[in-house]
Design a protein around this ligand. Structure first.
Ligand code: NAD
Ligand code: UFG
Length: 337
């Protein structure tokens, strides 16, 4: 099976491509490299033993998509490509709607023409907005507080309308909780450009000496230790969730929505301690004010994915930290180039 992987050189796309190769599928990676490096291809080859086909291009380039779908004999798509920084989305909403919403529309139009009808989309737990009831089930109300979140909600709505309009489509939205971790080889992991927005890469850079200390955004939340609680999931568990969703989606029309999380919440301070255990250091931190837009707690009810896809997250918090530390210490500056 030939699987088009948009955003395939990015963090989650590259590790999902490794798992696809391991399962005997043929990923075809399409990425414009706006937030990733081509050097990851060599790492995929080292880890998986095969260098995947890579196309340097943009999902908004319809002529390119038409050619790739035809020439590569694409059967299905995993659609990771998009912009993902919440703060940046507030400053540059048009760039976010263009990449995330318009880019998805161009892709869906090309798929319709090419009669490719199976797609798995990277959605996010951000679509639950400022939910009060935990754990989050897929039928919880959705809302958005920023353009990034709205772009994910808009795409989910487009997918729902498309599935309702034509029963030949099988469309799956995977709502990721907080993906962290790296390949256990230490060869592949998250490589944020500039100052990391997210907790785990920031802690990893403190551990490796690139940053002085973690700023903990608020310790007055209604959580056990006052710091924010999230559902961190190992990126390889997340990648395996895509394989399960792809297999489930084939031949099953409609829109399918699944949470991909562990069902367990951990606080910022718990994460700092767990990472300290993995790297054998005490990591400096200070308490700072809350980050605007953050929710106190967010964790999944993963039961629907388990009962329907036969998938559940298996890797522990200690593995998430150990694998991130191996990647960060072996590649202090991320991928070369
Ligand atoms: P990433 O930035 O590492 O990967 C996204 C890739 O898409 C990058 O390689 C980038 O160069 C590429 N890209 C962006 N716009 C493109 C375009 N127009 N055409 C072609 N390529 C383009 O991010 P990631 O963490 O791997 O996230 C993948 C997907 O998962 C994104 O859609 C993101 O919104 C979603 N998601 C991520 C998280 C997270 O915490 N990492 C959480 C929820 C959802
Ligand atoms: N945090 C800090 N200091 C930091 C960074 C983060 O204390 O330097 C705290 C945050 O306040 C929060 C927790 O660590 O309590 C996790 O923050 P992240 O930025 O790592 O993750 P978020 O849950 O805020 O958001 C992430 C993605 C979003 C996505 C969401 C749900 O960034 O794009 O998960 O999938 F929508």
């Amino acid at each position: 099976m030939n699987v088009l992987v948009t955003g395939g050189t990015g963090y989650i796309g590259s590790l999902t491509s490794v798992q696809l190769l391991g399962a005997g599928l043929r990923p075809v990676l399409l990425d414009n490299l706006c937030n990733s490096k081509a050097a990851v291809l060599e790492r995929i080859e080292r880890v998986a033993g095969v260098r995947p086909r890579f196309i340097d291009g943009d999902i908004r380039d319809r002529a390119l998509l038409d050619r790739v779908l035809r020439e590569e004999g694409i059967d299905s798509v995993i659609h990771f490509a998009g912009l993902k920084a919440v703060g940046e989305s507030v400053e540059m909403p048009l760039a976010y709607y263009d990449n995330n919403v318009n880019g998805t529309l161009v892709l869906l139009q090309a798929l319709r023409e090419a009669r490719v009808r199976t797609l798995v989309f990277s959605s996010s737990a951000t679509v639950y907005g400022d939910a009060q009831v935990m754990p989050l089930r897929e039928d919880a109300p959705t809302s958005a507080t920023n353009p990034y979140g709205r772009s994910k909600l808009m795409v989910e709505q487009i997918l729902a309308d498309l599935a309702a309009s034509d029963p030949s489509w099988s469309l799956t939205a995977l709502r990721y909780f907080n993906p962290v971790g790296a390949h256990p080889s230490g060869l592949m992991g998250e490589d944020p450009q500039g100052i990391p927005n997210n907790l785990m890469p920031y802690i990893a850079q403190v551990a490796v000496g690139r940053r002085e200390k973690l700023r903990v955004f608020g310790n007055d939340y209604p959580t056990p230790d006052g710091t924010g609680v999230r559902d961190y999931i190992h990126v390889l568990d997340l990648a395996d969730g895509h394989l399960a969703a792809l297999r489930h989606g084939h031949g099953r029309p409609g829109l399918h929505v699944f949470n991909l999380g562990t069902g367990q919440g951990h606080s910022v301070l718990e994460m700092l301690q767990a990472f300290g255990r993995a790297c054998g250091k005490t990591l400096a931190h200070e308490i700072a004010s809350r980050r605007p837009g953050d929710v106190a707690s967010c964790w999944a009810d993963p039961a629907h994915a388990e009962s329907t896809l036969g998938w559940r997250a298996r890797r522990s918090l200690d593995e998430m930290c150990a694998d991130t530390w191996r990647w960060q210490s072996m590649n202090p500056e991320g991928y070369p180039g």
